[in-house]
Write a new protein. Structure first.
Length: 250
């Protein structure tokens, strides 16, 4: 019984280590500067963007964060939320192409925000909130290139943008997706003007829902299969060890 318990304990340890390895790899892959939420409607007004900055160094803390806002598709009416322990410096730039709004023509916009004075320790992260008055409506996404400076002088440049169809780069810039404008009905698309069009829209909606559900199911299946594989490997190792321990006595 003692030998069997030892074998099973070892098998459980193997499975646990395998699972931990998978989770650790996922954590490393996601430990970069990101912007939240991941998407907004084109031309959205009066919202908040949160830049999440994790500390990836074990022996140094993050002491400076610089976020660069695009000026070819400017974010208007930027305001910085006071951050405990941090001082924010906002830099504005002249726009090559002024933006016309209901309140007049905008010729300047915020191009950079720099936070200093605080510290993000090992295993920690900080959220930096930025309010905006209006997002552009003439592009599908906004990239916010970011520089992260550590107390040892090391600077990580989160400035790479992935091309369509390419894998995520090593140091990706935070990217905000801009989706289709919402209609007056708030459904994200123009309302159908005839019953036939309404029926077609409903059919498309059902197809979209089915596709979405299918994608979710596929993801769930993938995760479930991965978990089963890890468990089966652990049990197989235990069974094999038990068989080997019994064979000499047989």
């Amino acid at each position: 019984m003692s030998a069997h318990r030892t074998t099973l304990r070892r098998a459980g340890t193997v499975a646990a280590l395998a699972t931990a390895g998978v989770l650790a790899a996922a954590g490393v892959a996601s430990a970069h500067v990101t912007v939240h939420p991941e998407s907004y409607a084109k031309g959205a007004t009066d919202g908040v963007l949160t830049f999440r900055v994790p500390n990836e160094e074990d022996k140094a803390g993050t002491t400076k964060v610089q976020v660069y806002l695009p000026t070819d598709h400017p974010v208007l009416g930027v305001l910085v939320t006071p951050q405990n322990g941090w001082t924010a410096k906002v830099t504005t730039s002249k726009l090559k192409t002024p933006v016309k709004t209901d309140d007049g023509t905008i010729t300047d916009a915020v191009s950079q925000i720099t936070w200093t004075g605080g510290k993000i320790g090992a295993g920690q992260y900080e959220d930096f909130n930025v309010a905006f008055g209006q997002l552009p409506d003439d592009t599908d996404q906004l990239a916010f290139k970011t520089l992260q400076t550590y107390s040892d002088g090391n600077v990580v440049r989160w400035i790479e943008e992935a091309a369509a169809g390419d894998d995520e780069p090593e140091n990706p810039a935070p990217v905000l997706k801009l989706t289709a404008k919402e209609s007056e009905d708030g459904d994200g698309a123009p309302a159908a003007s005839a019953s036939a069009a309404a029926g077609s829209a409903k059919s498309g909606s059902d197809a979209s829902s089915s596709s979405s559900a299918s994608d979710s199911d596929s993801t769930a299946r993938g995760l479930g299969i991965a978990g089963l594989i890890v468990g089966v490997l652990g049990l197989a190792a235990g069974a094999f060890a038990i068989v080997r321990s019994r064979t000499p006595r047989s």
